[in-house]
Design a protein around this ligand. Structure first.
Ligand code: KG4
Ligand code: ZN
Length: 341
């Protein structure tokens, strides 16, 4: 099987299961190659509440998981006995939601007598770039999603050092809450992005959070400023320009700090992962700044950036190849440090 840097994978297919938040996903991969990646999103269900309701998410996973498994097997052309093992996201996340995927993985592992390994959801996001390209190590990873904003120094697969992160809201959360304040839809990121088209990104001056030579972020002031802006301007608010100003503020601070993280480490490349990596303005900014400083820039395709089981199976294929397994007592955790961090 292909080897990249210190990453060696199992030859046979691996099944992946992801239920940490509001996407039910089952995938089959062979090393870095995705044979099937089925994602059933609950966004429609949670829209009525303007955010993810944990118990509703867990119930929906129970309903959607087995059909997603059937579809993934069909698309991949594989049968369950063909699997070399099973990887499941078991940390961090909503524990009720995670438990649905972990219970299914345990049942499959027991019934098929196949090894199983619990995967750290953020490690899976961080290494998702390897499925898209031969990323050089060490590199700096900007992981931005609805629940996380992290700058991580990736020395090699399995060796991570957190360089900075948010002290309050995650970047995706800032998009979601600002979109709500502006009367746009849920999830907020895509809604702000499309509302911002044609807007003037310099019309409203919004706070970018922490100042000075830090690698941390703060987005709660920005969210509040957007709320006050909407309240104060009322009917006269220029929504496209408010959305563009908000998007520009977030993209600029994320890009600027990622470049600083590269300067402070010996990083050769930059990777951008997580749901907010879908943001076109952020992608364009980071790509430009990286090329100006001769850093490689890698961001996986959109379906590997948002929550998905292919990234879980990918890490499982590598960890199982190293002989790592978990037994049937495996737990789920709401929060967990990165492995090797
Ligand atoms: O990684 P993800 O699918 O789930 C979590 O683990 O959180 O990320 C979801 C987040 C949401 O906050 C959503 O608003 C944001 O990613 N998002 C975007 C865009 N598409 C999704 N944010 C900005 N621009 C986008 N185009
Ligand atoms: Zn995620």
């Amino acid at each position: 099987m292909a080897v990249w840097a210190n990453v060696k994978y199992l030859h046979d297919p691996v099944l992946g299961i992801e239920t940490s938040c509001d996407e039910t996903s089952v995938a089959v991969v062979r090393g870095r190659n995705v044979l099937a990646n089925v994602v059933s999103s609950q966004a429609e269900l949670h829209r009525q509440w303007g955010g993810v309701v944990p118990e509703a998410a867990a119930r929906k996973h129970t309903e959607a998981l087995i059909p997603a498994l059937g579809t993934a097997l069909k698309i991949s052309g594989c049968a369950l006995p063909d699997m070399a093992g099973i990887g499941v996201a078991n940390r961090p996340g909503l524990v009720g939601a995670l438990s649905v995927g972990v219970s299914a993985a345990k049942a499959l592992s027991l019934a098929l007598a196949k090894p199983m390994v619990g995967i750290h959801h953020l490690e899976a996001h961080i290494l998702s770039s390897l499925m898209a390209a031969d990323v050089e190590f060490p590199h700096v990873c900007l992981l931005v999603s609805g629940g996380h904003t992290e700058l991580v120094f990736v020395k090699s697969a399995g060796e991570y050092k957190k360089l900075g992160g948010t002290i309050d809201d995650a970047a995706g959360e800032a998009f979601d809450k600002s979109a709500r304040a502006l009367g746009l839809g849920y999830p907020g990121g895509p809604a702000i992005q499309s509302a911002a088209e044609g807007g003037d990104d310099k019309k409203y001056k919004l706070p970018a959070g922490l100042r000075g030579p830090t690698l941390d972020f703060s987005f709660s002031g920005l969210k509040t400023a957007v709320l006050y802006l909407a309240r104060d301007e009322g009917e006269s608010l220029d929504v496209p320009s408010a959305a563009a100003s908000m998007e520009e503020t977030v993209a600029s601070v994320l890009a600027e700090r990622t470049l600083r993280a590269c300067e402070e480490t010996s990083a050769k490349a930059i990777t951008l992962v997580g749901g907010v990596a879908a943001n076109k303005r952020l992608r364009a900014k980071l790509k430009l700044l990286a090329s100006e400083r001769s850093h490689d820039f890698v961001t996986p395709p959109f379906d590997l950036c948002t929550d998905n089981a292919a990234m879980i199976a990918h890490v499982a294929s590598w960890r199982l190849a190293k002989g790592e397994t978990d037994d049937l007592r495996m737990d789920t955790l709401a929060s967990a440090a990165l492995p090797g961090g």
